[in-house]
Design a binder for this molecule. Structure first.
Ligand SMILES: Cc1cc2nc3c(=O)[nH]c(=O)nc-3n(C[C@H](O)[C@H](O)[C@H](O)COP(=O)(O)OP(=O)(O)OC[C@H]3O[C@@H](n4cnc5c(N)ncnc54)[C@H](O)[C@@H]3O)c2cc1C
Ligand SMILES: NC(=O)c1ccc[n+]([C@@H]2O[C@H](COP(=O)([O-])OP(=O)(O)OC[C@H]3O[C@@H](n4cnc5c(N)ncnc54)[C@H](O)[C@@H]3O)[C@@H](O)[C@H]2O)c1
Length: 476
């Protein structure tokens, strides 16, 4: 039995951040990892998906600038795209991240971790050998999530792809049917069209249902123009494969979609089915409910960070939780004051109101905070300001046919931004200003003093403020 101050199960980006903070807080820390240090994000999710998407976006950007477009005479090189993806994921080798653990004085135990009781974890190595660990202060579950495969008749039997198969693709299929219309579906539809697959999307409601409708429409139109068939309001009733191996999806309305491969992009399930939750009175397979210090409800030693707590399934937000959790564990261990008031050092307050996300389809959608519909559902009286980004000088300079749209959602009572969405080419880098405005609760009147440089696409901020109306001096 080996004792540490803190045991972290799962060395994805989030577990790594927790461990970094507890180690920096002076606590002996071990991470347990069953696959690759760096997790889903580094090898099968964020990193390879963005690597697959970038070449097409770069090519289209160059092809939309007269003078540059004449230099773009070739086609995307599929072998080059896959080679660059392989480089980005270090050929699925985690040596570099293991080295970082060593340098940070964090121990690593490889194998499958399971809770066996309060503050106790057993790790089963690939050779079947079991390592018993105990924690003096805390155990943190950062085991992430996996692709959900709906129980549609026949679907599991046709061995559909999950996001892992898509992002690690070696042989690009001639055709790909994608079930789902969320983030993974839109990004992979964009990427596989670039790679040369004929893509059909089967979407229950509409694309990007959680995003502003105008943003989803821009993505829809661009994907359709690039040849993607988008079947909205459609669902799969039954799946099978022909003897030749072609997948056949029969839709609820009787239509049939045939494709070489099927990607299921219908959301995630927590990786908690086999981590010993029953040994501490929790339900296997459940998302783990936590308070704002990331402590699992009803315990004083168990924490859950990242995807597994279902607060915001994104790397940056999970890492933010990881920093708060690591620091609060160190503070509690040393009996120091816990700063758990909203926006304090030990809480993940932004999870509730300021979660940024970029959908890296082409065009991209960058959003933070509330959409207009979400504000209405939350009972917040808001006003909405929209602006056509192609009319901004920076966009006019950037591309010959820039298409983009922006929206601010402004809280009427408090006169602060509570939501922002930008849709268009390269909008990802516009987002952080909006995140700062929301987290900082910067009054609209003060935002007029944050002057965007000319001619940048950021001037859309000025146009959105103008759409809202210039404030007049008080008392007039
Ligand atoms: C295709 C795709 C693209 C994405 N792109 C983005 C993006 O661009 N930006 C973004 O912010 N987010 C993106 N995400 C989401 C992002 O990948 C996740 O939010 C992030 O990986 C969560 O990090 P995590 O550390 O909580 O979990 P993970 O990254 O899943 O890591 C969990 C780790 O725990 C290990 N583990 C699990 N169970 C055990 C066990 N019992 N014992 C030992 N180890 C265990 C796993 O092997 C894994 O290494 C994407 C997701 C997908 C599917
Ligand atoms: N760029 C990024 O930040 C990024 C990229 C990819 C994934 N992610 C994260 O990964 C998570 C998973 O992404 P995702 O796209 O799988 O999930 P999602 O929740 O974004 O979309 C799921 C889609 O599947 C549909 N769906 C759900 N159940 C279905 C069923 N039974 N049959 C048919 N359709 C069904 C939904 O209507 C929706 O269109 C997201 O929470 C996202 O935040 C982030």
């Amino acid at each position: 039995m080996t004792e540490y101050d803190v045991i972290v199960i799962g060395a994805g980006p989030v577990g790594e951040n927790v461990a970094d903070r507890t180690a920096q807080g002076g606590l002996s820390t071990v991470v347990v990892e069953s696959e690759l240090v760096g997790g889903e994000c580094s090898y099968w999710a964020c990193v390879p998906s963005k690597a697959l998407l970038r070449p097409g976006a770069a090519l289209r950007a160059a092809a939309d600038v007269d003078g540059a477009k004449q230099a773009v005479t070739g086609e995307l090189d599929v072998a080059g795209i896959l080679r660059r993806r392989d480089y980005m994921v270090s050929d699925w080798n985690d040596e570099g991240q293991v080295k970082w653990l060593e340098e940070t004085h964090i121990d690593l135990v490889r194998g499958h971790g399971r809770l066996t009781g309060p503050k106790r974890v057993a790790v089963t190595g690939t050779d079947g050998e079991i390592t018993e660990l105990t924690a003096r202060h805390a155990v943190v579950v950062s085991t992430g999530s996996a692709g959900l495969v709906p129980d549609t008749p026949g679907l599991a039997g046709i061995r559909p792809w999950t996001s892992r198969d898509a992002t690690s693709v070696k042989d690009v299929p001639e055709s790909l049917a994608i079930i789902g219309g969320g983030v993974v579906a839109c990004e992979m539809a964009s990427a596989f069209t670039d790679l040369g697959s004929r893509v059909t999307m089967i979407v229950r409601s509409r694309l990007l249902a959680n995003q502003e409708p105008f943003a989803a429409q821009l993505v829809h139109d661009a994907l359709a123009e690039r040849g993607v068939t988008i079947l909205e309001g459609a669902s799969v009733a039954e799946a099978s494969r022909t003897p030749e191996g072609t997948a056949s999806l029969v839709l609820a309305d009787g239509r049939e979609v045939a494709a070489a491969e099927v990607l299921v992009a219908t959301g995630r399930v927590p990786r908690t089915t086999d981590i010993g939750l029953e040994s501490v009175g929790l339900k296997p397979g459940s998302w783990l409910d936590v308070d704002d210090t990331l402590r699992v409800t009803g315990t004083d030693w168990l924490y859950a960070t990242g995807d597994v707590n279902h607060r915001a399934l994104m790397t940056h937000q999970g890492k933010y939780q990881g920093r708060a959790a690591g620091d609060v564990i160190a503070a509690r261990a040393a009996d120091r004051r816990v700063d758990d008031a909203p926006w304090g050092a030990h809480v993940a307050t932004a999870d509730h109101s300021a979660v940024p996300q970029v959908v890296f389809s082409d065009p991209a959608v960058a959003s933070v905070g509330l959409t207009a519909a979400a504000a209405e559902r939350a009972g917040i009286a808001v006003r909405v300001r929209d602006y056509d980004m192609s009319a901004v000088s920076g966009a006019y300079e950037a591309a010959d046919h820039y298409r983009g749209q922006a929206r601010l959602v402004i809280d009427d009572a408090r006169n602060v931004v509570v939501g922002a969405t930008f849709a268009g080419p390269d909008v990802a880098e516009l987002l952080h200003a909006a995140t700062i405005a929301i987290v900082g609760e910067v009054p609209i009147a003060r935002l007029w003093h944050a002057v965007p440089a000319y001619p940048t696409v950021s001037e859309v901020w000025l146009r959105l403020l103008e759409a809202d109306g210039r404030p007049t001096a008080p008392g007039r």
